[in-house]
Design a protein around this ligand. Structure first.
Ligand code: DLZ
Length: 318
C-alpha cells in the first residue's frame, strides 16, 4: 500500500540547512518530525519538530504538504524544476522568497536566481527559484478556481422541456400578480414553453400548501412555485398562519420529492411587500422561478446519479 511521497534535497552546509528550514516554515509548510544521526551512529528521531539540531550530526528536516502527487508525463517536456510546490497565494510567496534571497544575496544574484511569476500553458502561474546550489523549486498557483476542489453537482438554468406549476394566492393581488409576472418571466426567459406552465390561483396563502401538494402528487411537474404575501399588520395570527404555510409547503416538497420554490412574502407593510415584488428589492417571484428551475435540474441529476450508482452496485454484486 502506498503511504506517501518524499522528495529529498541535499543541503551542503548546516547553516544553509537551518536557514532553509526557517524559510520553509515561514512560507507555511507544516514541519514534520525531524531526525538526526551522530556520525557513524543510528538515526534517531529528534524530539522537536523541524530542525531539532544536534551539532555536527547529519540531519533531516521534513516539511509536510497536504497533498502529494507523482506525475508521469508523456509527449511533452515536464515542468522544470521537478519539485513543484502548489500554493494559494503565489504573489505573497514570491515576495517572501525574494526578500529572503535579497537578505542573503546581491540584487543581481537575486534577479538571476528567482523568476517573476508567469502564466504557463497549463493555466497556472509559476515562478522558479534556486534556493541553494543544486536545489531549485517552482511555486505555482492554478488559475482554475475549481482546481483540486471537489466538483459540485449544480443545476443548470434551462427550463426547456420541463413542466412547472405556479400556485398563487389572490389575497393582496396587487403584489401577488407582480410576483406571478416575475416567476413567469424567469420560466419563459429560461426556455420553458407557455404550454408547460400551469397556473393555479387560490384564495389566500393558507390554501397554497394543499393546492401545491395536489399538483406535486400528479407527478406531472418538475417543480412547483408558490407565491403569496402575508402582511403582519393586516393578518390576525400572522405567525400561526405563516408557520403553517411554510410547514405545509415544506412537507409537500419532502413527501412528494418534487421541488417547491418558496415565494411567499412575509412583510410588515404593503410598501415593503411592493419593494420585494419588483420595486426596490428585486422580484421574489422571479427569484422563486429561478430557484425552481435550478432545483428541477438538480433533482434530475441526483436521480440519474442515484440510478447509475445503484445499477453499478447491482453489476458489481454489491
Ligand atoms: C384571512 C387572511 C388574512 C387576514 N390575511 C392574509 C394575508 O395577509 N395574506 C394571504 O395570502 N391571505 C390572508 N388571509 C386569507 C387566508 O390565507 C385564507 O385564504 C382565508 O383564511 C380562507 O381560508
Amino acid at each position: 500500500m502506498i503511504k506517501g511521497l518524499t522528495a529529498v534535497a541535499q543541503i551542503a552546509s548546516e547553516a544553509d540547512f537551518v536557514e532553509l528550514a526557517e524559510l520553509f516554515q515561514s512560507l507555511g509548510f507544516e514541519p514534520g518530525r525531524g531526525w538526526s544521526m551522530r556520525s557513524g551512529g543510528n538515526g534517531t528521531r529528534t524530539s522537536s519538530e523541524g530542525t531539532g539540531r544536534i551539532e555536527g550530526a547529519a540531519q533531516g528536516a521534513p516539511f509536510l504538504a497536504p497533498l502529494g502527487n507523482l506525475e508521469l508525463v508523456y509527449g511533452r517536456r515536464p515542468a522544470e524544476p521537478p519539485l513543484l510546490i502548489e500554493v494559494t497565494a503565489l504573489d505573497e510567496i514570491h515576495a517572501t522568497v525574494k526578500a529572503w534571497l535579497l537578505s542573503r544575496r546581491s540584487g543581481e544574484e537575486t534577479t538571476r536566481d528567482i523568476s517573476e511569476p508567469t502564466l504557463t500553458d497549463w493555466n497556472a502561474r509559476l515562478f522558479t527559484v534556486q534556493l541553494h546550489p543544486g536545489f531549485s523549486v517552482a511555486f505555482w498557483q492554478s488559475e482554475n478556481p475549481l482546481h483540486n476542489r471537489p466538483m459540485a453537482i449544480e443545476g443548470d438554468l434551462s427550463a426547456a422541456g420541463r413542466r412547472f406549476a405556479v400556485v398563487v394566492a389572490r389575497w393582496n393581488a396587487v403584489i401577488t400578480d407582480r410576483l406571478l409576472q416575475g416567476a413567469l418571466d424567469a420560466l419563459l426567459r429560461s426556455g420553458c414553453a407557455r404550454k408547460d406552465i400551469e397556473i393555479v390561483r387560490v384564495p389566500g396563502a393558507w390554501e397554497i400548501p394543499s393546492a401545491a401538494r395536489t399538483l406535486a402528487e400528479t407527478g406531472r411537474f418538475a417543480a412547483i412555485i408558490t407565491l403569496g404575501v402575508l402582511l403582519r399588520g393586516e393578518t390576525a395570527h400572522y405567525e400561526a398562519i405563516y408557520n403553517e404555510v411554510a410547514r405545509g409547503i415544506g412537507q409537500s416538497q419532502q413527501e412528494t420529492g418534487v421541488p417547491h420554490a418558496f415565494g411567499v412574502l412575509t412583510c410588515e407593510t404593503l410598501e415593503q411587500a411592493l419593494d420585494r415584488a419588483g420595486l426596490k428589492a428585486g422580484n421574489k417571484g422571479f427569484e422563486a422561478g429561478i430557484a425552481a428551475i435550478e432545483m428541477a435540474s438538480i433533482q434530475e441529476k441526483l436521480r440519474t446519479e442515484r440510478q447509475s450508482s445503484s445499477a453499478a452496485g447491482i453489476e458489481a454484486g454489491a
